[in-house]
Write a protein that binds this ligand. Structure first.
Ligand SMILES: [Zn+2]
Length: 79
């Protein structure tokens, strides 16, 4: 390799949102922040994890539970 034309490829620290840190090799030259890693990704953990950045899933859940509870007493009243 020619000197001075290649970026430095060295070990960097990766920090996950779950708190896990590990090392990888990159030309980035600084710490890398990630949202999921191999120890918290649902594929590896077997648990479901919804990446809910805009709160859309929570909104849907609230709407759904509201409808569900509202429909229940109406059914009982008619019976
Ligand atoms: Zn993680």
């Amino acid at each position: 390799m020619k000197p001075k034309i290649h970026p430095e490829y060295k070990e960097i620290k990766v920090i996950c949102s779950c708190g896990n840190t590990f090392a990888t090799s990159s030309t980035l030259g600084k710490e890398l922040h990630v949202e999921v890693c191999s120890s918290c990704h649902p594929f590896y953990t077997g648990k479901q994890k919804i990446v809910d950045t805009a709160g859309r899933v929570e909104k849907f859940r609230q709407k759904y539970t509201k409808k569900k509870t509202a429909a229940k007493p109406a059914k009982e009243a008619s019976a």
